[in-house]
Ligand binder design. Sequence first.
Ligand SMILES: [Zn+2]
Length: 362
Amino acid sequence: MRNAVVIAWDWTIVWRSEFDGIMDVLMKRYHQVIKKLCCSLALWFGLGVMAHANFPWETVKYNGVDYVTLRSVKDFYYFNKIRYGAVITMESPGLAMEVRPGTQRCRMNGVLFILSYPVIEQNGRYLLSRTDLNKLVDPIMRPTYIHSARHFNTVVLDAGHGGKDSGSLGPYENEKVYTLRVARLAREILQKKGYRVVMTRDSDISVSLENRVRIANRYPDAIFISIHFNSSNSRANGIETFTISPVGVPHMGREVKLRDFNTVPGNSMGSASIALATAAHSRALMYLNNQSTGNNFSIEDRGIKRARYNVLTGIKIPAILFEGGFLSNRNEAAKIRTPAYQQTLAVAIARAVDIYKKSTAK
Ligand SMILES: [Zn+2]
């Protein structure tokens, strides 16, 4: 049941080159896995990796949260080695996962993910929450196992804000202008690839969050990508991508509330959404920082994060909210205003759609 881990390699987060060496890694891992593959045909009911009855997960309950040891994560995914220190690294050829105990930071092949719970140390053992294992690590490592990911040919592009709602204010243009530009550019590329594209707005009009959700939910066999640009203090910079918080996990940066334990429509697509977020975020970083093409915008990775924005909680198809840089930062706003930056984001979004589709195909 575990051999699908090899599939991850044609889509996730291969940092330096999209294709070089991937087939090599694939084949080596495939042979290695086949050798070790247990004979059991335990069925997969979409319950997450814990459902694998034959794997001896080391589990620990601490402060009401279920954890697994990093050692069992290493064994389950066939990492060759694990190195302990201020940063714990697990490695195999072509694959590296890093966590910092005491923090929620996790890097997989260089891309930053913000975990739902910190990695903790207890009695000499390092622990990863079961939520992070099931809702983050597993869908990324084994996208073909994502039960909720369906075949699709429609992409709903959501240009954030519009009309009276300008979004973040920038020194050149405001957020609503750039979100629509990037959405239109992405639409053009996606249509050439043969996708049907639905726009939640295609002009400078106000569309309520409820209507954006309603539009998306008209297309059960589609994916949803919301495009935004950020605002904060003048120094904040970089891109970040949000997906729905798992049940029991709050909106980024705020305390957990009782209602966070309610299942929302977006949770039904949680695993598919994190896969889509990974594809979009990693491609955007890769293409924006690609020195070989001359498109080196030196963009920071702020990570893939969890949130409870309306468009993420209410939408019943795989959904992400992508923040393409800070308009409150003059230096970054100057990059965002260039056609090259906008086109690069559009290319990355369109490529991510292909990668997500291919990697989750059953
Ligand atoms: Zn926005």
